[in-house]
Write a protein that binds this ligand. Sequence first.
Ligand code: F6R
Length: 613
Amino acid sequence: MCGIVGYTGKRGSVSTLLDGLARLEYRGYDSAGLAILETGQLKIVKSVGKVKNLEASVAEIWPDFENCIGTAGIAHTRWATHGAPTEANAHPHLDNSGKFAIVHNGIIDNYLDLRKHLQEQGCTFKSETDSEVLAHLISQCHEGDLMHAAAAACKKLKGTYGFAVICVDDPDTIVVARRGSPLVIGVGNNETLIASDIAAIAAYTKRVIFLNDDDLALITPDKIDIRNIENVPVSRETAKIDWDIAAAEKNGYEHFMLKEIFEQPDAVANTIRGRLDEAARTAILSGLDMTAAETASVSRIVIAACGTSMNAGMVGEYYFEDIAGIPAEVEQAAEFRYRNPIIEDRTLVLAISQSGETADTLAAVREAKNKGGIVAAINNVVGSTIARETGRGIYLHAGPEIGVASTKAFTCQVTALLLMALLFGRGRRVNRCEGKNLIDEIKSIPELIRKVLARSGEIERVAKKYAGAEDFFFIGRGCMYPSALEGALKLKEISYIHAEGYHAAELKHGPIALLEERVPVLALANDIPGRDKIFANIQECRARKSPVIATATEGDTQISEFTDDILWIPRCSRFAAPIPTVVALQLFAYYIAKERGCEIDQPRNLAKSVTVE
Ligand code: F6R
């Protein structure tokens, strides 16, 4: 989604802003812009398309921009919601006096009313965006104090925002405010930064302050003044982030997605590290902050998530029921909120989100808290809004995930869910011996992934063969069913091939009508319970002339009789199987997308973190 960066200090502000925007590119966007205050003037540059187009426009207007010190500046990458991706709609937006510039993330629900009202008072609008009302509102409310003006404007807004404003009257000052869209302040030495995402500023400082909803902050190079919307000072902790900036770069891989696929053995090892109690044959998940009595009292688990995180949650549903014997269900987070869900006091609501900022998942967390459930999260981004609002959960420690298509977050989420099922199961029906087996399986996951990665050349060869397909089906059963959904999601989002994930048994209830020789089927036929039935489903597909590719367990001598191509997966239990299998499907999607010349790290229309409903 949209990204914000701001800088005040003595470093070249234009190049710092451009660098910050480039680090936010992974989030997905369609235009970009920046505004800086230099020698009492507000300078603005915008462009449609990539940050490098903006850089070219900046260099044209401003040949010596690398040396431009400036004072304060704000910048933005926009992902169009209200109005097409044009220069006029790109941020920053100005008020009519040209003194105030704003950048905004989120959606102002009442912008039409505000716009009408402002127009009646003589304001002219230059864009179709909801955001522009903010520039005019702040300008109208300004009586010499920028923070007061921003707070007064906030009171008139309905909807969500994270915004930053600068004004020619306060050359080294930026005021920011947040409600619903993340904002973080980077504390430097005689310089201060702001961003919607720490990736933009982690190269400059490791000390950060996360703002809460309804916080405003006035920042200068050496001052950070945080207040609530009623102008009462509030104190927010300074946290230290452990992000290594190298981890947010490609390290020689052609794409972030490929780098992140190959990082999975280490990422999963980090999720597991320190969380296995071999003596007690259980998991240690202290972040859940639940006593043994509390875990034992949970009568039902409801998982709320979106996209890939929801697919991981569906694997978790099998784990909780099959291993721990706890009824579990997965809810699409957007639906959960509006469906008036039944949450008893012994229901554990588990929000799964890589970013911890997904608007629908956050709304589900708030709904569950209102209803009195026990709410916990599985997140990757430390200090994210969902992590802070739930206050308990499991961090993945997977490192930054930059590629828009989620890969290592999925495998780490599934691993975390298996750890949770072990912990909850040991308090119920999992005996010591079964506990030990599960621990051994969990410990083997990094190696299982390594073995799949070692076959990437074979997977690439198979993928290239099918790169011309325009439709694809992925089928699976048991916990390979959500794995099929995830395989189809990966393929469609990065290669733009129409791909559907189905339960293998469901195929004959409709979708089978679409099968023919141009529609390949990828069947998850690993040697785990349910394999015989998958074999029958494969035959149904072949009878309709669909080419069949299967994931199969190494050493399976039967499968090649039934299939055209095979992606080999090391032998493992049904609980571990989704992880190496999905890694093979990630590689399959990646190589197809590469063969088709797609923009793999930033697929069209997609954003890394979806902060609008
Ligand atoms: C797909 C993908 C999305 C996200 C979804 C939820 O590859 O990345 O489907 O999984 O937008 O995002 P998080 O996990 O950040 O809540």
